[in-house]
Design a protein around this ligand. Structure first.
Ligand code: ARG
Length: 599
């Protein structure tokens, strides 16, 4: 694809300006107002070197003869030079590129040979996997996909909360009141029940607390019976979590949780001591971070057992030593900001200069709007909404909507799953991640709003236009990158004009209309947006761009008659439809959402 900024920079370049091409390129802007051209070059900085008024410089540049015929016009407004790219050239460039790259469009090899770890989801075992967990799970998965698309090697880590005193309590409770069958049927609900009961009974009989402490100590020593039970709780919890991950289409490469690091503490305690960082405070060991306004980081409790931050230190070092990461990303709620700041500070004080490559990516809270009919369950802490219930509700509500709309010719079971779950994921990735938001069905499932269903519907609409086109048209626009099957009804692509791309079949000047041009411009920007979203750890940048693409496509569909009689015009417009469809599917894929052909 043509790098238009680079091309313009080359045109502008002149030794007298005293600027390198790269510098010129970085000064080129993209005006928000289309009347100001596609690209604009501000001349203020040149005034000194050229001893001329910026406005005069802009005028001179605009009047220079240009070698390239890609410009429709070049004009100056005050101290700016505005460049208007020839729309046919631009559209042709973009459409050809997308057709060539197909499912690879939007991907790059920016991160070649660099390793990025993404830690996300990380629920605590034997605890409900609830609506709050969706954020880390879905944002983390999208970040993994974005980094993967930028060519990085990646590792997806689920840092399970599988360590702590609660397991002592749970084991005691299970032995006293547990039931094998109940546990097997609904492990999380059963374990939570035992845990709750433990607290109730312990109020009457405090000796239970002692028993739990002894049990957890035995577990930490690796006593066989306790370890077996803990393993069982862990496996049963994981199989429940995996059910939800499967619904969301999410996978992990590593499930090394907190327990994996629990026996790796002595090395770090020694190191902290040697570096003079550890001090004793009421029997516990701490690192004093008062000077940097971060309080005290608790390293061991008075009974010598390790703490959350200590295990995170061990995990970070293990990951650096094992994977030599370029970046290690932690997708964890902003409630844990203090924890992560303390942890990074301790790593820094320990002299691990790579702590700067460890990045906490925080996000805000999700809450439910009143009157939402999601099943809730009471626990000690209040009401819990299981994520699995939310996803199932989304699917069944979507199926209802599809039946109401009398959608025909689709497998409602399958498509309502793709759309319902896609809707929940999309909503999750729609807002700036740091913002708190209120979950509401009306917003999530609105087929006309800025939602997942709307974007998926746009994809299905584009697919339907292509399905309704003649086979000969589809063959004619099947560029070299389009394998058979990537356009809905493309027959065999053996003789489908694949080597030539478009050639004489097409005339891109049919895409000079405003709505076609706006769409082409948005499609062009996708590879940049993918990189930006990854670098800012902000998948919502891609989500919002995708909504813009869907809206631009629908405007084009509305403004222009696509299946016209004129063969060239028809084929050219179909080529843009095919390109938009490819890009929408690719972007949905990067967000972890499927793109049904019909809905
Ligand atoms: N298990 C923790 C929780 O549910 C989240 C773990 C976050 N990751 C970390 N490396 N501390 O709150």
């Amino acid at each position: 694809m043509t790098d238009f900024k680079e091309l313009i920079a080359n045109e502008i370049y002149d030794e007298a300006l005293g600027l390198e091409i790269e510098e010129i390129k970085s000064m080129i802007e993209r005006p928000a107002d289309e009347a100001m051209g596609d690209y604009a070059f501000p001349c203020f900085r040149l005034a000194k070197a050229l001893r001329k008024a910026p406005q005069q410089i802009a005028e001179d540049i605009a009047e220079a003869a240009y070698k390239s015929d890609i410009f429709e016009k070049v004009e100056n407004v005050n101290a700016y030079v505005n460049f208007f790219i020839d729309r046919a050239v631009f559209a042709g460039d973009v459409v050809r590129e997308i057709s060539d790259k197909g499912s690879q469009y939007g991907r790059s090899d920016l991160g070649k040979d660099k390793m990025v770890l993404v830690e996300y989801s990380s629920p605590n075992i034997a605890k409900p996997f609830h609506i709050g967990h969706i954020r880390s799970t879905v944002i983390g998965n999208a970040l993994y996909k974005l980094y993967d698309a930028c060519g990085y090697d990646t590792l997806r880590i689920n840092y399970l909360g599988d360590y702590g005193t609660q397991f002592g309590k749970m084991i005691v409770a299970y032995r006293k009141w547990g039931c094998e069958e109940e546990l097997a049927n609904e492990p999380i609900k059963a374990l939570l029940g035992y845990y709750t009961r433990f607290h109730k009974e312990a109020e009457k009989d405090p000796s239970l607390e002692d028993e739990a402490r002894e049990t957890v100590a035995r577990l930490e020593r690796g006593a066989e019976e306790e370890t077996e039970l803990w393993k069982k709780f862990r496996e049963l919890s994981l199989s429940e979590f995996n059910r939800v991950y499967a619904m969301l289409g999410i996978e992990f490469d590593s499930y090394k949780g907190e327990s994996f690091y629990s026996d790796k503490m002595p090395r770090f305690l020694q190191e902290l001591k040697d570096k003079g960082l550890l001090i004793e405070s009421q029997g516990a060991q701490i690192v004093d971070l008062e000077d940097c306004g971060l309080g005290a980081a608790m390293i061991t409790k008075s009974d010598g057992s390790s703490l959350y931050v200590t295990r995170d230190i061990a995990a970070a070092v293990y990951r650096k030593e094992t994977y030599d990461f370029y970046k290690s990303i932690y997708v964890v709620a902003s409630q844990q900001n203090l924890h992560f700041r303390q942890w990074k500070k301790v790593l820094e004080l320990m002299g691990y200069e790579w702590e700067k490559d460890c990045i906490h990516v925080p996000f805000g809270l999700v809450s439910l709007s009143d009157g939402d009919d999601i099943k809730t369950m009471s626990t000690r802490e209040g009401k819990v909404v299981f994520l699995e219930d939310v996803l199932n509700t989304a699917v069944s509500k979507t199926a209802d909507i599809m039946r109401e709309k009398k959608v025909e010719g689709v497998d409602i079971d399958e498509v309502s799953r793709e759309v319902g779950i896609g809707a929940v994921i999309f909503q999750e990735l729609s807002n700036n991640r740091i913002k708190d938001y209120v979950f509401s069905w009306d917003k999530v499932l609105n087929f006309d709003g800025e939602t997942g269903p709307y974007v998926q519907y746009t994809h299905a609409r584009a697919s339907s236009v292509l399905r309704n086109a003649d086979e000969a048209d589809i063959s004619a626009i099947s560029g070299s990158g389009l394998s058979s099957g990537s356009i809905p009804n493309s027959a065999s692509d053996s003789d489908s004009g694949s080597q030539a791309g478009f050639g004489a079949n097409i005339d891109f000047s049919y895409l000079k209309g405003d709505s076609a041009y706006t769409l082409a411009k948005l499609l062009y920007r996708v590879p940049e947006v993918v990189v930006e979203a990854a670098e800012k750890y902000e998948p919502s940048m891609l989500t919002r761009h995708l909504v813009d693409i869907a809206q631009a496509f629908n405007k084009f569909y509305h403004d222009e008659h696509i299946l016209v009689d004129d063969e060239k015009e028809r084929r050219t417009k179909l080529a843009l439809v095919a390109a938009a469809r490819t890009v929408i599917a690719n972007c949905l894929g990067l967000l972890g959402i499927s793109a049904p052909e019909r809905m």
